[in-house]
Design a protein around this ligand. Structure first.
Ligand SMILES: [Zn+2]
Ligand SMILES: [Zn+2]
Length: 344
């Protein structure tokens, strides 16, 4: 089969590999029908994910059809359409039982697919702990509608959930990239009083205005003053930092009102400074980290109901044979690209 492969720092290449086989009775083999490219794939390419293993097939955002299941897999059957979770988790350890599946202690736990084990920019993928990692796609939900459920949409949903948003809140979302837009879609479900999106790219601001007309937008330079003037208590009640830019961590806590919650979803290239003397008395609550992707069934239910629709994020479509071209477009952020669907 064809598999897009991490060769070494700076180099991905299409390779021929044998079709994966079941290695454990809890595994499933999924025939990939649609896959996507994530910024994390670029992080691997640029060598900023040290645990990524050269030789592995990349890709961790995909949907497909179950081809084969191990004897202990009970929630999915061959022939079923499924989303694949970016995180592998056992469902049994301390962290899994508390919903902190990102910290699953299983050897395959956490982000393994397309990083430490072969992922989904390939015709087939082996998914460990398939009962946890696969979710059935409802009949009225298309592959494109379900494509982001296991990764960026799970992240947006998790971020909105842990932010504890109320109806009186002004929510500031910093960054309208793919994950920021997924977070926005999920924050909208909480119906806060106001949502402000801070984004530097005029193209992306325009995207937000077209698709989410009730949402206010502002550039980074004016953000602090704008939020101050357009909130009830001198700052946002909740801030979601989804940009991961050079100054966006600072912007996030500066735009927060005293006693606000600041959720850091972004993955930074460099360490960030937490200037505690400057924020003394502001009494902020920071929530940080990587998605606990354990709400995929609920997200699929919301998509089936029409409450979430991330298909506008798919701005480009390429077949697997042209994935090189798709990567270049995505990496160079050309032609208003937000997300690319890779078809098989
Ligand atoms: Zn990702
Ligand atoms: Zn676990």
């Amino acid at each position: 089969m064809l598999a897009y492969t991490y060769i070494e720092k700076g180099k991905f290449e299409m390779r021929q590999k044998p079709k994966p086989a079941l290695l454990d009775e809890r595994d499933a083999i999924v025939r990939v029908t649609l896959s996507s490219i994530c910024t994390s794939d670029l992080h691997i390419k640029h060598g900023s994910v040290p645990r990524a293993v050269p030789g592995i097939t990349v890709g961790h955002e995909m949907v497909g059809i179950v081809e084969e299941t191990g004897s202990r897999v009970s929630t999915v059957k061959p022939g079923g359409r499924v989303t694949v979770n970016v995180e592998t988790f056992c469902g049994e350890c301390f962290f899994c039982r508390h919903g902190y599946v990102n910290n699953c202690t299983d050897p395959d736990g956490g982000w393994a697919l397309g990083c430490r084990i072969d992922g989904g920019q390939a015709e087939y993928v082996r998914v460990p702990h398939a009962d946890q990692g696969l979710n059935r796609i409802p009949a009225n939900v298309s592959d494109e509608q379900a494509l982001f459920v296991g990764d960026i949409l799970a992240t947006g949903y998790w971020a909105a959930r842990i932010a504890d948003i109320t109806a009186d809140d002004t929510v500031l979302i910093i960054g309208a990239g793919p994950t920021g837009l997924c977070a926005l879609a999920c924050v909208l479900l909480k119906k806060p009083k106001r949502i402000i999106v801070c984004e530097a790219s005029a193209e992306r601001v325009d995207f937000v205005r077209r698709h989410y007309p009730g949402v206010q937008t502002i550039g980074p330079a004016e953000c602090r003053n704008y939020v101050n003037e357009h909130s009830d208590h001198g700052g946002a009640d909740v801030v979601l930092e989804v940009a991961g830019g050079k100054d966006t961590f600072r912007l996030a806590w500066e735009c927060a009102r005293p006693n606000a919650t600041v959720v850091i979803v972004a993955l930074y290239d460099e360490p960030q400074i937490l200037p505690l003397p400057d924020m003394y008395g502001k009494n902020l609550t920071f929530k940080t980290g990587g998605v606990d992707g354990c709400d995929c069934a609920e997200i699929l239910r919301l998509i089936a109901e029409g409450a979430i629709d991330t298909t506008p994020l798919i701005t480009h479509r390429f077949p697997l044979s042209r994935i090189e071209e798709a990567y270049r477009l995505f990496e160079e952020k050309r032609d208003g690209v937000i997300k690319i669907a890779i078809s098989f």
